[in-house]
Structure formats: structure tokens, C-alpha cells
Design a protein around this ligand. Structure first.
Ligand SMILES: Nc1nc2c(ncn2[C@@H]2O[C@H](COP(=O)(O)OP(=O)(O)OP(=O)(O)O)[C@@H](O)[C@H]2O)c(=O)[nH]1
Ligand SMILES: [Mg+2]
Length: 456
């Protein structure tokens, strides 16, 4: 008999989702008892683990990522579109045959949860406006766009001229939001196109001609334009409304369908990146996690009953089942990734505390079962006590290279000096892979036991 599970791997851009999933699958497919310790006694084994490929271009590209590690010591590329990894396996401590599906997402798409959850365009404009109004940085970034809306109302420019002005100002607003690490840069196709192009390396001119969504731009216009006597305002509103609908259907529906079907989530958080980037980044990550689970958490079960056609918008299909066949509440594993960078003596404890403080608000829902982890999917750094330096381990046994003085993690988010943690932003440091064996991990096995297990 099969035991099925579907697990969403969430987290902002570059938080370590794809690496974590690649390493986890690698440990399952090439199981070795000493390096992946699972089960109550830590001595259970994985047997007959096999990938199930059946989704064509949606299949998670495990083979290519693994080969890239082994042959070039190179990390996987940035995820361009969501991908599904499904595998079956047996465990020596369980009589079930396990069938587990993971959903890996590009971090950018999390921002679109506002659009997905909105009942229609009017509801979205209202929600996003309300969200903006609580944040002075966002208001400042969107000031010119809002002024442009006012101007369009008061001048008699043609619809096409006004459209071009609005597109330009909304685009500038999104660029400013991205520069400030603001949460919810939406529609996210502006920062990551459907073709997978990011904004990296784009010149100012490139950005000026970049569409918000290449199938049809849209942005939040004032609600009163909807029934305005002014034909120009009404036509602008209708154009946005129509593109919004198309976006929801073609870009978000396939994506959130997968997310909505998940029983559990792994939420990757890169604490080191937050430390090195500063307070805005802290709020961005906190806000996005918070809002995401507020919008899709199963505590809205009552609403599901009232409004059955919206039922797919809530996590854990278990909640749609009658009580007597319901199993456990959805699980959320919050994971501070890249824990090999928490090198000093109590670094891992501090890392877990910082993670706990960051997700505290989300964590206290009684409808989900959650747990904190610090996790390393591929050990890259090591501490050299003689020099008090972090050394990074290069691929295929080359010399260890000293990186920087080892910064101690702060004990809380109250105040920290981001410059002290600048070294954590280093990129492209290759993974150490020993003769093709799975990367050295830490707590990935514990995370796996929790998220695929039946108890907590
Ligand atoms: N030291 C260390 N670095 C890691 C680890 N996991 C990921 N990284 C680094 O983080 C980078 C981003 O990891 P990804 O897994 O690609 O990030 P992602 O969350 O999938 O990002 P998107 O696809 O853009 O949403 C990698 O290229 C590595 O440089 C880890 O366990 N240890
Ligand atoms: Mg990725």
C-alpha cells in the first residue's frame, strides 16, 4: 500500500530550495547509512528509491543538477519555473510504500499570492493598496505611480498616452521596490519572466523597455475608475482587469494548483543573507512568509465550507475530507538553510533562535504543526580555529581557501551591523563533492523524517 505525500518547497529567491531538494533526492537515491541517519534509532534505511518522471517539462531536473555538482562543482542554476520531483521508496522501519512529491518554485512567484487570493481585479487593487499604505518605503516607491493616476484623472490625454505613462511609472515603482527589498513585487513576471529571465545584468534601457508581463501589463488602478463616466478611465481599468484575469488563469493557476495540493511545506530561510542585507530584507522575508500562510492557511476551513468553489485556495486537501478520515494537520518545517556558515561554537543555536524569532507570528497557528530546523544541504564552509577564519572547501580536493574572519551570529534581531556579515553574500563558492557521493549534509535527514513522517 502506498503512502502519498505532497510537499511544497517555499522560500524567497536564493534561499536554498533547489539545492536542498537536489541533495535530499541524492541521499535517497544513493542512500548510505552513515551519511543520512533516519528513523527513531537513526539506523533505518531507504530501499528502492526511484524517481517517477511523468510531467515532461515540469519534471525537476535532478539528473542535470547532480551532474553539474559532480562534474563542475557547480550549484544548480536559478529556478526559472516551478518543477515537480516525485519519487517512490521503501524504508526498513515502515511497511508502507512511500510516494512523495516535492514542488520546487522560483522564489519570485511567492509574491503573487496577493493576486491568487484576490477574488477579482477590484479585490486585488484594494488589498494591495491597503498593504502599501502600511509601509512608508513602499509608499515612497509608488508615489510617482499614484501621482500619475491622479494626473490621468485630471488631464484629457488619450487612453494610449495615459496607458504608456502608467506602465512607465508602475515599472519604475517595481524597480524601486526591488532595490529596497520590499515584499510583494507583483506581478512577479516583471522580475522573472515566464521565459525565466531575471533582471540581472540588465541596463537601464533594457529595464525601460521591459514589460511587466509580456502577455499584457496590468497594475492596480483606483476602484472608482471602474464605473467612471470618463471613457478613458473606464477603458484603462478594463484593460488592466482583463490582463489581470488572463494572468491569474495562465500564469498562476497551474502554479498555485500545485501549492494548494500540498499537505506540508518546507520553508527555506537564508538568515545569512538577511544579516548581510539589513533590516529591509528582514521585513521582506518576514512579511512574505507571514502573508503567504495567512492567506492560504487552513484556519479558513470555515470559509471553505461557505464558499466551496474557493476550496482550492487552502493548503492541505485533508481539510476537505470529513473529520473521521482526516489525518494530521499540515506540517510546516521552517529551515534556516546553509547552516555550514554558522561556524562559531554556538552558531547553530543562534541560527535557530533567529529563525524562530523571524517566523514567530506564523508559527503559532494551532491548525498547522510546525518545527524549526537548521540545515546544510551541501557542506561548503569549515571553521579553522587556528586562524579564526571561515575556510571554504573547494570542489574535488583542491586547497582550502580562507575566506574571512569568522563573524559570530547576533543573539537577536534587535540590532546588528550588516557590514559585519558582508562575507555571507559571497556567491558561486563551489560545493565539495567527494567522488560523486551525496554532499555532506547536516539535519537534512531530520528534516526528511519530520516532513515525510506521520508523527511529529
Ligand atoms: N554554504 C552553503 N551554500 C548553499 C547551500 N545551499 C545553497 N547554497 C547557496 O545558495 C545558492 C542558492 O541556492 P538555490 O537552491 O539555487 O536557491 P533557490 O532558493 O532555489 O533560489 P531560486 O531558484 O532563485 O528561487 C546556491 O547557489 C549556493 O551558492 C548550503 O547548504 N550551504
Ligand atoms: Mg531554485
Amino acid at each position: 500500500m502506498f503512502r502519498n505525500k505532497k510537499i511544497g518547497v517555499l522560500g524567497t529567491v536564493n534561499s536554498g530550495k533547489t539545492v536542498l531538494l537536489t541533495s535530499l533526492l541524492w541521499h535517497l537515491y544513493e542512500f548510505s547509512p552513515g551519511s543520512f541517519r533516519i528513523g527513531k534509532e537513526k539506523n533505518a534505511e531507504i530501499k528502492d528509491a526511484n524517481p517517477v518522471y511523468n510531467l515532461g517539462n515540469r519534471d525537476f531536473n535532478y539528473t542535470a543538477y547532480r551532474r553539474q555538482f559532480v562534474e563542475q562543482g557547480r550549484w544548480p542554476d536559478k529556478t526559472q519555473d516551478f518543477a515537480i520531483a516525485r519519487c517512490t521508496y521503501n524504508r526498513t522501519d515502515s511497511f508502507w510504500e512511500h510516494d512523495v512529491t516535492f514542488v520546487d518554485i522560483p522564489g519570485e512567484r511567492v509574491s503573487d499570492v496577493f493576486i491568487w487570493q484576490a477574488t477579482d481585479y477590484a479585490d486585488w487593487t484594494w488589498k494591495i493598496e491597503r498593504f502599501w499604505s502600511g509601509d512608508t518605503n513602499i509608499l515612497a516607491s509608488m508615489d510617482a505611480f499614484k501621482k500619475c493616476c491622479q494626473q490621468v484623472e485630471t488631464t484629457s490625454a488619450s487612453a494610449s498616452e495615459s496607458w504608456d505613462d502608467l506602465v512607465k511609472e508602475y515599472r519604475n515603482g517595481l524597480v524601486a521596490l526591488a532595490g529596497n527589498f520590499s515584499p510583494f513585487i507583483t506581478p512577479s513576471t516583471f522580475v522573472l519572466t515566464i521565459g525565466g529571465e531575471t533582471m540581472d545584468g540588465l541596463s537601464e534601457e533594457d529595464i525601460e523597455s521591459r514589460p511587466i508581463w509580456n502577455e499584457g501589463d496590468f497594475f492596480p488602478l483606483p476602484g472608482k475608475w471602474r464605473n467612471s463616466q470618463n471613457d478613458v478611465l473606464r477603458s484603462l481599468y478594463e484593460r488592466c482587469e482583463s490582463n489581470f484575469k488572463k494572468y491569474k488563469k495562465t500564469v498562476l493557476k497551474p502554479f498555485y494548483k500545485e501549492i494548494d495540493e500540498c499537505d506540508s511545506f518546507i520553508v527555506c530561510v537564508d538568515i545569512f543573507n538577511i544579516l548581510a542585507s539589513g533590516l529591509s530584507r528582514f521585513y521582506q522575508v518576514k512579511e512574505e512568509i507571514n502573508m503567504f500562510f495567512q492567506m492560504i492557511r487552513p484556519s479558513k476551513f470555515g470559509e471553505i465550507l461557505i464558499n466551496a468553489q474557493k476550496a482550492m485556495n487552502y493548503i492541505g486537501l485533508n481539510y476537505l475530507l470529513p473529520n473521521f478520515i482526516q489525518t494530521k494537520p499540515p506540517k510546516i518545517a521552517y529551515v534556516a538553510t546553509k547552516s555550514d556558515m554558522a561556524i562559531s561554537g554556538n552558531g547553530k543555536n543562534r541560527l535557530e533562535k533567529l529563525l524562530g524569532d523571524l517566523v514567530r507570528n506564523v508559527n503559532n497557528s494551532s491548525y498547522v504543526n510546525s518545527k524549526l530546523f537548521t540545515c546544510c544541504a551541501g557542506k561548503t564552509f569549515e571553521y579553522d580555529p587556528d586562524s579564526n577564519r571561515i575556510v571554504f572547501l573547494t570542489a574535488r580536493g583542491e586547497n582550502h581557501v580562507p575566506l574571512d574572519k569568522c563573524p559570530e551570529l547576533p543573539t537577536s534581531w534587535e540590532k546588528w551591523d550588516k557590514d559585519q556579515y558582508r562575507g555571507f553574500l559571497c556567491e558561486g563558492i563551489p560545493l565539495q563533492v567527494v567522488a560523486g557521493a551525496p554532499p555532506e549534509q547536516n539535519n537534512l535527514d531530520k528534516l526528511f523524517d519530520y516532513i515525510t513522517g506521520d508523527d511529529d
